[in-house]
Design a protein around this ligand. Structure first.
Ligand code: OSB
Ligand code: MG
Length: 369
């Protein structure tokens, strides 16, 4: 495999409804898409999951654009590679900026799968024919709106509901939700909004039979999570804190979590995602695939990743129509009434790229070749 041509685009898309977390509110996405092409004209597509603001992690749409064009793409362009797993190795000199690197790395995996004329999920070693799906529900203005939203998602078939929480919008709200939905599989995600001093509040969440509490403490913390986990019955799931398989090992060794949310962008692509998955699978630690409000290309990559054997818990991989009026892939990602996404059978990502739609949404474009 030898990449001879790379095209970057920024597309802008409005969400169907604003998405609010403890770190902020998103109404409109600025998404970097990346298309790689080899000498034979075979293409691969990647999506950068960096947000518009540096409030989930340090990366943004603009930092990713800079790192990709100035540093990452030049390390890969015109280089002979025997396997897409080498892409991450070549990009290793770049410290951090994993979302930028993942956009390029995942595109190269897609390209290799298309070269071989087989689905990307098979190239990755996936085994699942359909993946279990959950939804992530942003902070709602009122309890009534929250209950209505949950009602709709449960009726659509989703297998678990994740609710965003923050200090002041936690115990009371979850109590109300649990009252209305006594048996729904529920979890919460705090996006790092609490500190150890809030342990008494978080302990109260033990009363609601939650599957897990995702990232309650600081984005770069492991040790305080271990202290907190000892005080909680509910499993802690780490998201922001896990960037590498080393972090995963250290987190499990000290008991900082019992579950890990794997996101392709956050960990730098498939090579590291697979390492974290394999490490957890050997130890019977459950993992699931997180989401970053992706468009169809990122979503399709999440579907492929979720076919790996260890992704036993429903992920935040949901239907395109929950976020977008019109997606950039065809068909859009749909969820069955039993809350699953059937895995596509075509080569590479397995969904058609809607070039016209992408062109119409593009606000800047750059070619490196
Ligand atoms: O913490 O999982 C998160 C969205 C943006 C940033 C961080 C997170 C999220 C979500 C949404 O929870 C998941 C999705 O794409 O549906
Ligand atoms: Mg999260």
């Amino acid at each position: 495999m030898r990449i001879e041509h790379v095209e970057l685009r920024e597309i802008q898309m409005s969400l169907i409804a604003p998405f609010e977390t403890s770190f902020g509110r998103t109404e409109r996405r600025r998404i970097v898409l990346l298309r790689v092409r080899d000498g034979d004209g075979v293409e691969g597509w990647g999506e950068c999951t960096a947000g518009e603001t540096p409030f989930y992690n340090h990366e943004t749409t603009d930092t990713a654009w800079l790192i990709l064009t100035e540093f990452a793409i030049p390390l890969i362009l015109h280089q002979e590679l025997t396997h897409p797993s080498e892409v991450a190795e070549r990009l290793a000199p770049i410290r951090g900026h994993r979302m930028a690197k993942a956009a390029l790395e995942t595109a190269c995996w897609d390209l290799q799968a298309r070269r071989e004329g087989r689905p990307l999920w098979q190239l990755l070693g996936g085994e699942r024919e359909e993946i279990p799906c959950g939804v992530s529900i942003g902070i709602q203005p009122t309890v009534d709106e929250l209950l209505e939203t949950i009602e709709r998602e449960v009726a659509a078939g989703y297998q678990r509901i994740k609710l965003k929480i923050k200090p002041g919008l936690d115990v009371e709200r979850i109590a109300r939700v649990r009252e209305h939905f006594p048996t729904v599989r529920l979890m919460v995600d705090a996006n790092a909004a609490y500190t150890l001093q809030d342990a008494p509040v978080l302990e109260q969440l033990d009363a609601f039979d939650l599957m897990m509490i995702e990232q309650p403490l600081a984005f770069d913390d492991l040790v305080d999570h271990a202290t907190l986990q000892r005080r909680l019955q509910t499993p802690i799931c780490l998201d922001e804190s896990i960037l590498t398989v080393r972090h995963a090992r250290q987190a499990l060794e000290i008991g900082a979590c019992r579950i890990i949310n794997i996101k392709l962008g956050r960990v730098g692509g498939y090579a590291e995602a697979k390492r974290i998955h394999d490490y957890c699978a050997e130890r019977r630690v459950s993992v699931w695939c997180g989401g970053m409000l992706e468009s169809g290309i990122g979503r399709a990559h999440n579907v492929a990743l979720s076919t790996l054997r260890g992704f036993t818990l429903p992920g935040d991989v949901s239907a395109s129509k929950r976020y977008w009026e019109q997606d950039i892939i065809d068909p859009a990602i749909e969820v069955t009434p039993r809350g699953t996404i059937p895995v596509p059978t075509g080569p590479g990502l397995g969904y058609e790229i809607d070039h016209e739609r992408i062109e119409a949404l593009t606000v800047r474009r750059k070619v490196l070749s």
